[in-house]
Design a protein around this ligand. Sequence first.
Ligand SMILES: Cc1cc2nc3c(=O)[nH]c(=O)nc-3n(C[C@H](O)[C@H](O)[C@H](O)COP(=O)(O)OP(=O)(O)OC[C@H]3O[C@@H](n4cnc5c(N)ncnc54)[C@H](O)[C@@H]3O)c2cc1C
Length: 391
Amino acid sequence: MQSEYDIVVVGGGPAGSVAARFASQMNVSVALFEKDGEIGIPVRCAEATSDMDLARLIEVKREWIANYITKARLFAPSGDFVEIHLPSRGIILHRRLFDSGLAEEAAKQGVAVFTKAFVSHVEFNSDLPVVTVNYCGESRQVRAKIVIAADGVESRVGRWAGIRTQTALKDIESCAQSLLGNIEVQLESIDFYFSSRWAPGGYAWVFPKGERVANVGLGVNCAKPLAKPPVALLNDFIEYQFPQGARLSTVAGGVPVAQALKQLVADNLLIVGDAARQANPVTGGGILAAVTAGKIAGQVAGEAIRCGNYQRNFLKKYQQEWIRTVGKDYARFYLLKEWMTSLTDQDLNDIANSLKKLSLEEINLLTVFRVALVNHPRLLFHALKLFASYS
Ligand SMILES: Cc1cc2nc3c(=O)[nH]c(=O)nc-3n(C[C@H](O)[C@H](O)[C@H](O)COP(=O)(O)OP(=O)(O)OC[C@H]3O[C@@H](n4cnc5c(N)ncnc54)[C@H](O)[C@@H]3O)c2cc1C
């Protein structure tokens, strides 16, 4: 490990590896510090995303893909469900292979990747940031011209730079998930269960990874009073839906369903991925956002080094590009999420009931929305806010 790099990336998830790789392509020196022993482990993810959207950003390797998805089934509390054909094909990744593949690409590009490298502090008040990293039983100090914070939902780097990173409890989902074997799944469908019984303020999911294997999990809104912790709710859900399922592994973790941080850059700093609260607020899906933000941030950081300007006024190009490509849409999705969390179990049952009368061809997300409004005009206020933001 050198005592100085042009760029230090904290965190070896998708946001960090992609940022490191695209920065390194600009012929600058880049180190990536990941606290875990191996990149991609543990997997805290249901692994669903869109291959076409990903392929616009990076080369997607076939071996990263576990399964292809063409439709979604939305289950109401009553058990009625609505089937929707996805506008673009979905995939279930092998996140372990995906994350390590992205880090491998970064290493091939010249990034110095360090695992078991825990960043315990970054001092931003000196001339250049000083990163304190615990590595091989030693605490080391590494200077960097630019730090990219890609340290996930529990990020601390932004706070060390004095950025407001607090997120309201209502904008965080607490999730629990098991990989289940020995269960019946519809290979081409991802299933969502909306009910306060299973997941108050969120949803439960079944995302098939292959024949008889699926990620089965749920996320609950952290601001909702819970009768049981998420893992106990998941046990109930599995017991009810898949009593014969074999539990292959279980994980828990938080997902931001928030607006992205107002400030994504400061002098010598860019914040990306979950650390920047960039996940899709409706679904909690953050893989695509992490890769998008990582790519833009890496390119801007590399360019900044080459121009010798690491100040906020230069780095804000990243924030502007993020808002232009994704951020503006996600700000609207946030309003949609607020609208969705205002629906009661009765609302959801009524909506499913009305949709049952329509043919499969007539059903898409817009019809779901329209039917919801016809059933519950009181939701109109939220809807108007949503549409006003589009004008
Ligand atoms: C249960 C669950 C299910 C999900 N399902 C989906 C899904 O189906 N589809 C989807 O798109 N998204 C899903 N997500 C969200 C998705 O996993 C994240 O949005 C995505 O991983 C964000 O990538 P990231 O690189 O920003 O952060 P992460 O993947 O969290 O990576 C951050 C990395 O930083 C490291 N790190 C943290 N602190 C330090 C430190 N101080 N020093 C060094 N390293 C550090 C961590 O070890 C970690 O490896 C899910 C999340 C959860 C919890």
